[in-house]
Write a protein that binds this ligand. Structure first.
Ligand SMILES: Nc1ncnc2c1ncn2[C@@H]1O[C@H](COP(=O)(O)OP(=O)(O)O)[C@@H](O)[C@H]1O
Ligand SMILES: N[C@@H](CC(=O)OP(=O)(O)O)C(=O)O
Length: 516
């Protein structure tokens, strides 16, 4: 992800900003400095949080009476699950007598298996697609579908690709995107054929790039180009007119040269919200294996509770700051066109789940909506007496980050130092070393180990009184040391950097405090 700092950011001493690069690539804007409240011994920051997004005017055009339903890998583990998903799709048809648009991810762990198969071909010279083939065959056999026509051509291409990787000994990001695209391309073919042959539904599979999904060439985390919206609208208008059911691949697209790209892990959520926004549908449903968005990661806190409703901004903050439940960018189109997103459980469809809507539609009294955790974080400390009273110093620092394409999550400044956190899952160590070398020309720079974590308390400004104090006390009682604190100017998010070793204990302690 790219830095938001192409525009110089003026900051005074003791002022700070946290940068959320969610929307950075197309939205380079100055970030206002805000006065901070200090907590002793800890660098404290106020920060802008998710940048404001233009929302649709109140008198927006009437909604299209259609639902986009996205089913993730966890809802599509096997043929039995596909049958359950069929019932959920029919539920939509019954409700509105209109065909929904269905977006599918790859079945179960297929994406991870494809990546492992690529690695094995590259490193061990072994071409093994057995687990992927087995899952696709099992689904076809159980649903009485003709696997020779339906999946064999794709599986044959996949084998050829892996043989190519084995011999050329190359697995570039471009090849990786082509490789993982087989997962979604297989699932939509199987599900559409099942709806057609077993249920008599006029269903067709659609590879998203044929529906107009076009991205830049930033393979493995490509960004959608603006024309996608008009392309997609044009493409689906025909399906809506004919009332046919489209089963669309999530996650994948093509760049302008015609190479297959992907939208980053979990990108099917973004495919669904982009279709919803393009057509201005009444709702986008994202079906998972949990009862909606929970107050925190249920794998860390088993008592995590479902959140009935949450704002777009809060959901975006949660996703950006580590909650794996939604793709970080998926809220962007839905927010822009005010399309409600409902997160539901395909294993417990009667549960209302979580609805993600505009802020003003919400009604909640808890000061904290949710807690998320981001691991693999690294702290950069930049110390220089040149900061004292000097204008332009920070702009030089941020230009360096922009030049190396490194984005920053949190920032805190004092008279002579800046501390920032970086997300290591998207930073090559080589890039960081070059950045450090450049920054060292005018400051003393230290780079911590990748052993930090950020806990983010997602909250709404009107409800966030004393959240910082309570969170810090809860951490203190749990014996967790705080390294940095940042509170967004929009107060959607209060973030605390800690040692990764303390991460689970910290989340549990803070969750106990706010969700007793
Ligand atoms: N705050 C949270 N709320 C709900 N689920 C969460 C949260 N944080 C992490 N998760 C995890 O996200 C998973 C669902 O996301 P994901 O696996 O991407 O679903 P899918 O593949 O179906 O799209 C859940 O099984 C849960 O373990
Ligand atoms: N299959 C892709 C895209 C995706 O969105 O998957 P899921 O919906 O299962 O999170 C992935 O695993 O990243």
């Amino acid at each position: 992800m790219h830095s938001a700092f192409a525009t110089p950011v003026p900051l005074n001493n003791h002022n700070a900003t946290r940068v959320n690069p969610l929307f950075s690539r197309h939205c380079e804007r100055p970030i206002a400095a805000r006065p901070s409240r200090r907590v002793p011994k800890v660098p404290v920051a106020t920060s802008t949080s998710t940048p404001p997004i233009a929302v649709a005017p109140l008198e927006a055009p009437a909604k299209l009476d259609r639902v986009v339903c996205k089913f993730g890998g966890s809802s599509l583990a096997n043929a039995e699950r596909l049958k359950e998903v069929t019932k959920l799709v029919f539920g939509q048809v019954e409700r509105s007598e209109k065909m929904p648009i269905v977006v599918l991810s790859a079945m179960g762990p297929t994406t991870n298996e494809l990546l492992s198969a690529g690695d094995r071909a590259l490193k061990d010279g072994v071409v093994d697609t057995s687990s992927i083939r087995l899952r696709a065959y099992e689904a076809c056999d159980t649903l009485s579908l003709n696997k020779q026509d339906l999946v064999d051509p794709l599986l044959h291409n996949l084998d050829e690709l892996l043989v190519g990787i084995k011999f050329i000994k190359e697995l570039s990001p471009r090849t990786k995107d082509y490789l993982v695209s087989f997962g979604e391309r297989l699932s939509v073919r199987i599900f559409a054929a099942h709806l057609r042959q077993n249920e008599g539904v006029p269903a067709e599979h659609v590879d998203a790039y044929n529906a107009g999904f076009v991205t830049d060439s930033n393979f493995t985390r490509a960004e959608l180009l603006d024309e996608t919206y008009t392309n997609v609208k044009k493409f689906f208008d025909k399906y809506i007119e004919d009332d046919h059911l489209a089963v669309v691949t999530g996650f994948i697209a093509k760049d302008e040269q015609g190479n297959i790209t992907t939208l980053g892990r979990g990108g099917s959520d973004l495919t669904a919200s982009t279709i919803g926004a393009s057509l201005n549908t009444s709702e986008v449903q994202v079906w998972k294996d949990v009862d909606g968005i929970l107050s925190t990661d249920p794998r860390i806190v088993s008592e995590a509770v479902p959140i009935p409703s949450i704002s777009f901004e809060e959901a975006a903050e949660m996703a950006f700051f580590g909650a794996k439940v939604l793709h970080p960018i998926a809220m962007q189109p839905a927010m822009k066109y005010n399309v409600p997103v409902r997160v539901k459980n395909s294993y417990n469809p009667d549960h209302p789940g979580t609805v993600i809507v505009r802020r003003r539609d919400l009604d909640s009294s808890n000061p904290v909506t949710a807690i998320s955790l981001k691991r693999n974080v690294q702290i950069v400390d930049i110390v220089s007496t040149r900061m004292l009273g000097a204008s332009g110093f920070l702009s030089e620092v941020f230009k360096c980050f922009a030049f190396h394409g490194v984005s920053v999550d949190m920032i805190a400044t004092s008279e002579v130092s800046i501390s920032m956190t970086l997300d290591n899952t998207i930073c090559e160590s080589e890039t960081l070393l070059k950045l450090k070398e450049d920054l060292s020309e005018y400051a003393f720079v230290t780079l911590s180990e990748r052993n930090k974590a950020i806990i983010s308390l997602v909250s709404d400004s009107s409800r966030s009184t004393n959240v910082v104090g309570r969170a810090v006390c809860a951490l203190d009682r749990a014996g967790v040391s705080v390294l940095m604190i940042s509170q967004g100017a929009s107060k959607f998010n209060i973030s605390v950097t800690i040692e990764a070793a303390d991460a689970s204990a910290a989340v549990q302690a803070v969750h106990r405090e706010f969700f007793p």
